[in-house]
Design a protein around this ligand. Sequence first.
Ligand code: SF4
Length: 400
Amino acid sequence: MRYNISRIRFPNTSPEPDVDDSSLCITKDKSKCILCGDCVRVCSEVQNVGAIDFAYRGSKMTISTVFDKPIAQSSCVGCGQCALACPTGAIVVKDDTRKVWKEIYDKNTRVSVQIAPAVRVALGKELGLNDGENAIGKIVAALRRMGFDDIFDTSTGADLTVLEESAELLKRIKEGKNDMPLFTSCCPAWVNYCEKFYPELLPHVSTCRSPMQMFASIIKEEYSTSSKRLVHVAVMPCTAKKFEAAREEFKVNGVSNVDYVLTTQELIQMIKESGIVFSELEPEAIDMPFGTYTGAGVIFGVTGGVTEAVLRRVVSDKSPTSFRSLAYTGVRGMKGVKEASVMYGDRKLRIAVVSGLKNASDLIERIKSGEHYDLVEVMACPGGCINGGGQPFVQSEERE
Ligand code: SF4
């Protein structure tokens, strides 16, 4: 007899949780599923991944992976669009907030954090700021009050990616190795998709690390003299970044450069848990020496941003007029597939910018049948990282 309750008058009709916790990106609880199929449609029709589908188990319909395998063993690429689409919380973003709180409370750790460009606007809106208001200064102030020791902006890492990726593009062109385009590599769900569905294209995917990973390796190296254990957290709009951070390629002596990835949703939850009145905070500055960055990194959050930043670097005319005309070449905007061409010396470079993996797979088929591009930017989430799987939940009617 617990709590002096000797008799339960009503039978417990709520279903037992049926949780698949195998993925690093999402958690799935079948018991909350109402079979609306929103996750299946986004996974198959928008993303062309087909990791989950309707299935009959005996006479009972369910949503499952092939052969009921754990999600981690399915074709899931971790984009998290299913979690954004699910109206009942049957699929949610993996929650790493407890682990990060534990590190912050540990006196023997020095916890640094980087914030991705796409986080700042979505987070501000959820915490009482006006639509479109850039919340980066207030986010920095909130993170300091929560106990983070060093606070940086991923835009610095994005600047490094632009330098490396544009150098790689020009090297391929100079060496005449551009029969196939150079595919960008900063979206981990796209890299997963390429590995699982188009492995033959991997030699054409940029060798550059993503901005998050480039920046994390520098931060870990720069602060390695600290007497405390270094922990690095990245705040991202992205669920797939949780998978990227855990990849073997990004570990040094078995330790990940990024120890934890928090999505925008998780950071909002942590700020609320702290009791901080976000809208009342005075904006604060990013920590030096990594507190400076160009505008190129900031535009990484939207589809076409990576390409525009690389083109700014590649074109010989660096005047404001030339940059302004680049913005109008057609790489910006929310269309699923955009094409543009720019002159590099006397050569015309053909560029494609694609968001949504179904669009990517259609474009790849066109490339395979002979269409030529020099650079292809792929972002897995429709519209780019601003619509990432870790962004705040938006009712589907609001999204349309
Ligand atoms: Fe993550 Fe952005 Fe790729 Fe979406 S588009 S999976 S948010 S990197």
